[in-house]
Design a protein around this ligand. Structure first.
Ligand SMILES: CC(C)(COP(=O)(O)OP(=O)(O)OC[C@H]1O[C@@H](n2cnc3c(N)ncnc32)[C@H](O)[C@@H]1OP(=O)(O)O)[C@@H](O)C(=O)NCCC(=O)NCCS
Length: 358
């Protein structure tokens, strides 16, 4: 098999993504961060006999978690031409994206998969937590009225971005980036205005994804719940359910939906692979007390040395100690017992809101 890794060829790669992932429908406008002018994302390709046969997109991002900056890369839109599948191209193009992202300082690569089996057999593991609640005919009447709710307009972007920045766990993005992704086709964004001031926003839909799902919002429950009522009013003729995504860090929202007996599920945030091990070690340095030293061991493990011992964590164990699915603290507890020190900052609960997905 001859494969020639090529430098990025965004146009042809985009056509392949559109053919495989959208039945030929346009996709570029959904991903301004990858294909828009001045985009910071990247496209990787594998070519066979002068033709692009496999591709994927990735973008370097920083996840803000409280005071911590976690350097990551999001990977997405993985596609191989139908008549070139099963030859390892898909695996190779994703490995290429992870390697490039690691060179660019990403400690972890993250992706959102509709079907995770393919990724799981290639070393990707579940990471983090995302809660989903269901608004339906049984509980929607308990929501407050959609008073003061109106469609978002371009002039609302600064206020919306300001509200986005109040979240403890989020992707670090600029106001310009927020403004550009708010123009994504298929996005329905509402704001709540009180006395001339935008006090909350909530978004449903994103391209062909997240239909009937409130995937990004900002503001206190008092401001956001009327917006969810507004989305419910708009969507209840098309769908008998509206999903609402809630990060672990937003306990007031979780408490509210539990109180109104909304069906809920604690799911995972994303699938993950280790990127640059040195960057991972630096993240652990930041999250452990001074008496703990952290070092990389080979190209897959890190070691934590504490007052009473040392523990070596390999790739999956690193992710389980740092950011386990559904907040499971067991690996962190093992590390604490082995090295003899409390690790109150571990594990962490990062979150990526819907507008950032690729
Ligand atoms: C998934 C995809 C990218 C794999 O591309 P590829 O170049 O064939 O990848 P590889 O050759 O490295 O791997 C192929 C293997 O994965 C298996 N596979 C393909 N899709 C799978 C799935 N959804 N679940 C589990 N295994 C799958 C194949 O059967 C094959 O197995 P084999 O090696 O035992 O024969 C390609 O099938 C594709 O473009 N699918 C449609 C788009 C998509 O689902 N993208 C991922 C979501 S973003």
């Amino acid at each position: 098999m001859m494969t020639t890794p090529m430098t990025s060829q965004p146009e042809a790669a985009l056509q392949l993504m559109e053919a495989v992932l959208r039945d030929g429908r346009p996709m570029a406008a959904e991903y301004a961060q990858i294909f828009g002018s001045g985009a910071s994302g990247h496209v990787e390709t594998i070519e066979e006999e002068g033709e692009i046969v496999s591709t994927c997109a990735w973008i370097r991002r920083d996840l803000l978690v409280g005071g911590l900056e976690l350097p990551v890369a999001f990977v997405g839109s993985v596609a191989t031409q139908v008549n070139h599948r099963g030859k390892g191209h898909g695996t190779a193009v994703v490995e290429r994206a992870i390697a490039r992202a690691a060179e660019d300082g990403a400690a972890i690569a993250l992706l959102w998969a509709d079907e995770s089996a393919w990724y799981q057999s290639r070393g990707w593991v579940p990471l983090g937590t995302e809660n989903v609640f269901v608004v339906n005919g049984n509980n929607a009447f308990l929501l407050p009225d959609a008073e003061g709710v109106r469609p978002m307009e371009a002039r609302d972007v600064p206020a919306v971005h300001g509200l986005y920045c109040t979240h403890d766990s989020r992707v670090d993005r600029s106001e310009a980036e927020t403004g550009s992704i708010l123009t994504t086709p298929g996005l329905r964004a509402l704001v709540r205005e009180v006395d001339g001031e935008v006090t909350g926003y909530a978004c449903v839909g994103r391209g062909e994804d997240l239909v009937h799902c409130v995937h990004e919002w900002g503001g206190t429950p008092e401001q956001v719940l009327p917006l969810i009522a507004g989305h419910w009013e708009a969507t209840s003729e098309e769908s008998d359910r509206l999903f609402v995504m809630v990060p672990e860090s937003e306990a007031d929202f979780t408490a509210y939906f539990t109180f109104i007996r909304s069906l809920g599920a604690k799911g995972i945030l994303a699938m993950a692979r280790i990127g640059d091990l040195g960057a991972v070690a630096r993240v652990f340095e930041r999250l452990t007390p001074e008496e703990v030293t952290v070092e990389t061991v080979g190209d897959r493990s890190i070691a934590l040395n504490g007052p009473s011992g040392r523990i070596t964590l390999s790739d999956h164990e690193i992710l389980l100690a740092l950011c386990p699915p559904r907040g499971d603290k067991r690996v962190t507890e093992v590390v604490e017992a082995e090295i003899g020190v409390d690790l109150p900052l571990l594990p962490i609960e990062p979150y990526a809101w819907g507008l950032d997905s690729i």
